[in-house]
Design a protein around this ligand. Sequence first.
Ligand code: ADP
Length: 466
Amino acid sequence: MRWVAPSIRVRLTGWYSLVLFLMLAVYASATYLAVRHEFFEQLEDQLHDDFESAEGFLVPTADGHIAWATERHHDPDEDEDRGIDVWAADGQPIYRSGASAALPPVALPAATAAPRYESLTAHARQWRTLTGTTLVGGRSVVMRVSRSEDRLRAQVGEILVVLALGLPLVVALAAVGGYLLARRALTPIDHLAKEARRITADRLHERLSILNPNDEIGRLTAVINDTYARLEASFEQLRRFTADASHELRTPLTVIRGIGEVSLKDTRTAAEYQDGIGSMLEEVDRLTNLVDTLLRLSYGDAGTVRLTPEPIDLAALAREVTASLAILAEEQDQRLEVDASEPVEATVDRLVLREALTNVVDNAIKYSPKGSAIHIRVSADGDRAVLAVIDEGPGIAVEHRGRIFDRFFRIDEGRSRDRGGTGLGLAIARWAVEVNGGRISVESAASGGSTFRITLPRSPRKGENV
Ligand code: ADP
């Protein structure tokens, strides 16, 4: 059978109980040892008192001996748990109480020896004793006072039982309390999971309810809600993109179908068929171009495009682009000029940036009137390198400026399409600039003319700190 990890509340309770058990066990052991030590110390104090009071019962007799003055003391024989034994210096017993008679005789200490405590066992009873010497009427005697440890051991044993039985009981109670507490603390998570399960792909606009925005669960919920918002935005973008792409792909397909249908309707001359096939191929080229661009964008989105950044001279790149587009500008009698007073370098992927610049300059040619001028200005601005494409076209109205970099956005669809536009040129340009660590923006004067500005991190020139 596979082991299934228990729920957080069970694990929490388990750990909590274990730690509590260990802490209480250490605490209980320390308490037990301290109490036991204290009890035994008290017993020794009592023995010491017994020793001192017993000295008062020893009296010298007229015949030069020492006697036990029983009449001055209650009979210790009555006391089962206490004993007194006294020996003369030669080992002759002077007095032995009933309770301690079973204890072995004492090994006589030297007269100067310090009093000593020891534990003895007799008839399965344990005794604590204090043995010492004392002088009575100038004679040395050895005295041993003893007390049974039975009662004390019984008391200590009771304490041990209470501690040993109480410990599991306390831990069990704490575990129940801990479990209830953990359940209460984790209930909002169950609630959250239940709510989150409700939000499927087609209900992404819904959000989780936040009971308390200041606690941990509230903050977690806010993060999950943010994720839903981002997911929703991405879904929406994807949905729009798919709809736009399908629309764009359908137009050339409809045209191809239309040409085919018209061609098949009547018998045509070979030249007419050739014409029809030529038009179809033009639309196929358009389709191929669109699909290639879409693919490039999707690679860009997936981040699978591998860049090879290298320091490049932006003025040289601008000249290269104008040379490749010169033929298009010539057709419109437009002047394409590169203004670069100083060499400016940026570390970028050459081909990707070239594509961005080509798209922007191509737009300037497409949308500017015949006979106008287009300038590409290369300059440095602190640690930034700037490429500005300035045209004398119709300009871009303020309300469109924020959207012209969006995929498939066209201000005038018919005009763009007539000029071979797909509505993706600036979207690609923005991706190509941003992937190189730059930014692209547009400015337009009310009188017309647009300036597309590409700003890139500038490479430091030799010996220069940028
Ligand atoms: P398109 O393929 O239509 O050119 P783009 O993404 O390149 O698509 O451009 C989006 C729209 O921005 C164009 O349809 C056009 O209306 C407008 N636009 C782009 N560049 C210029 C420009 N230099 N002058 C005026 N309008 C422009």
